[in-house]
Design a protein around this ligand. Structure first.
Ligand SMILES: [Zn+2]
Length: 136
């Protein structure tokens, strides 16, 4: 189900907790909501639809994939950039890494490990920041 985007900074600054299999519908809602905003959005964290759980969805070309409880295990190639966010106005400076490795659960809650580079890596880093209440 497509959800409304949360723009309240007080809510968005709160931390997210790990997701469980009881949150499977949240994963589906998040995918639906990203699809509905795909023209202006490349990724989304669950708190952007009002659920403080560690779930993100990432758009890579025509594909959208969810990552549940993702943890960055390795990062290399530090650089400075600027990003915007559907939940916020304007563009903000931030530090990112060109290559990252991530442990996460897939949509079936099976453990996965992936390597990501460039723009996809940047999206994942931005969305994971939302778990800590970091707003960029
Ligand atoms: Zn964001």
């Amino acid at each position: 189900m497509v959800k409304q985007i949360v723009r309240d900074p007080l809510f968005l600054q709160q931390k997210s907790v790990p997701a469980t299999e009881a949150d499977k519908q949240v994963v589906i809602d998040l995918i639906d909501t990203l699809k509905a905003n795909r023209d202006r959005c490349v990724g989304m964290a669950a708190n952007m639809i009002g659920v403080k759980k560690q779930i993100i969805v990432v758009a890579a070309g025509p594909f959208i994939f969810p990552m549940i409880n993702p943890v960055i295990t390795k990062k290399t190639g530090k650089y400075e950039t600027e990003e915007s966010c559907l939940s916020l106005d304007g563009v903000r400076p931030c530090t990112r890494y060109k290559e990252i490795e991530v442990d996460y659960l897939d949509q079936n809650f099976k453990p996965q490990h992936g390597k990501y580079t460039e723009f996809t890596a940047q999206i994942i880093q931005h969305e994971i920041d939302h778990f800590e209440g970091v707003l960029i």
